[in-house]
Design a protein around this ligand. Structure first.
Ligand SMILES: [Zn+2]
Length: 192
């Protein structure tokens, strides 16, 4: 664990907008348009997973080192494909990004996930030192779709664990929630 001031400096040096600014810009303005753009890629990844008989979750990790951002990794849920209960979209994207960067420290990156990270994924995001999470649907939406979710909101885990990861929900939420309907209509997957 970094001392507080060092972690602060590290985040501050990135010049990323604060959570407050993120929220203000969400859905409109340049920051909102950029978030929607990356979320659309997470949605496309989730749809590729649905087509492959996987569960309807997608995530992309975007590096902020260039102004417009750059995708480092994308993954959909692969629990059924790999028979690995931990193969959630966020975990898959983190594994790919760390391997690609040859670094377990993904600070300077933002993860866009079609669904609010479960406690396992939120912990993995914290361990990877990812700056921020932007998500669409909520854990409650995933539970309503039949997934055996731990009902712990990501915000609660961040606050109780003292994590510095920033969180912003509701990005393209309707489309992200609609992935559960697309998945049901595809009749190729099952909840777990
Ligand atoms: Zn998860």
């Amino acid at each position: 664990m970094l001392p507080d001031n060092e972690a602060q400096g590290r985040l501050g040096a990135l010049g990323s907008p604060s959570l407050h600014e993120h929220k203000r810009d969400a859905g409109h303005g340049r920051a909102g348009a950029r978030a929607n753009h990356w979320m659309e890629q997470a949605i496309a990844t989730a749809r590729a997973g649905i087509a492959a008989g996987q569960s309807p979750f997608g995530a992309v990790i975007v590096a902020q080192e260039v102004a417009q951002g750059r995708v480092v990794a994308a993954s959909h849920n692969q629990v059924w494909a790999t028979l690995d209960p931990t193969a959630h979209a966020e975990v898959g994207a983190i594994r790919l990004a760390a391997a690609k960067r040859q670094n377990i420290d993904l600070s300077g990156c933002v993860i866009y996930s079609t669904c609010e990270p479960c406690p396992m994924c939120m912990a993995a995001i914290h361990w990877a030192r990812i700056d921020a999470v932007v998500y669409g649907a909520s854990i409650a939406d995933a539970a309503a779709a039949g997934f055996n979710e731990l009902r712990v909101p990501a915000q609660t885990l961040i606050e109780q664990g003292g994590s510095r990861v920033r969180l912003e929900g509701g990005c393209l939420a309707e489309v992200c929630r609609g992935l559960f309907d697309e998945w049901r209509a595809a009749e190729r997957g099952r909840a777990y």
